[in-house]
Write a protein of this length. Structure first.
Length: 174
């Protein structure tokens, strides 16, 4: 979706690859690579720490509070948004920038209406503690001006999902 839809937006808007590579295109490539790397780091963290995937049909079995999730609760969406915004910069496309804004709004609403309630039901008090320590979208900045990462490795990282009725493996029920 994050590749096909932006490609369609560009096609519909008549946007072609820039003929020359200048500072904006290079900045777009760098920011895009950073966004893609962040999203990939999140997927790997879900698989290795959470013992699951980002997909709702195979969610992590453990509450993931390590890696990029120590800094913000939704780094995967931030990585995807960065990659989309970078593509808008690279192509100098307002249409793609608009698509990025729609993606960010859709991700925010999905987090509010589905992910957070599901995580609360699945992980209970551990998720509530995580929510108190780590902000949804923006990292906390400490008094020194540096990013403040939550230190939840002892309490939340080993928390397994509570089994629900009809779910023997302990993952989220849909």
């Amino acid at each position: 979706m994050l590749v096909f839809l932006p490609a369609q937006v560009l096609r519909w808007a008549g946007v072609a690859r820039p003929a020359a590579t200048g500072a904006l295109e290079i900045a777009g490539l760098i920011v895009g690579a950073a966004g893609a790397a962040l999203a990939l780091w999140c997927v790997l963290t879900f698989a290795l720490v959470g013992e699951g995937t980002p997909a709702p049909f195979d969610p992590p079995r453990r509450l993931v509070v390590r890696g990029p999730y120590r800094v913000v609760r939704n780094p995967m969406y931030l990585g995807a948004a960065l990659a989309l915004a970078a593509a808008a910069l690279f192509y100098r496309s307002l249409a793609l920038l608009g698509f990025t804004a729609v993606f960010v709004l859709a991700a925010h609403l999905f987090v509010l209406w589905y992910e957070e309630p599901t995580l609360r039901r699945t992980f209970g008090d551990d998720y509530d503690a995580y929510r108190r320590e780590v902000q949804r979208w923006w990292p906390r900045v400490g008094a020194s001006g540096r990013l403040a990462a939550a230190n939840l490795t002892s309490s939340g990282s080993g928390t397994r999902a509570r089994p629900s009725a009809g779910d023997e493996r302990g993952g989220r029920s849909s």
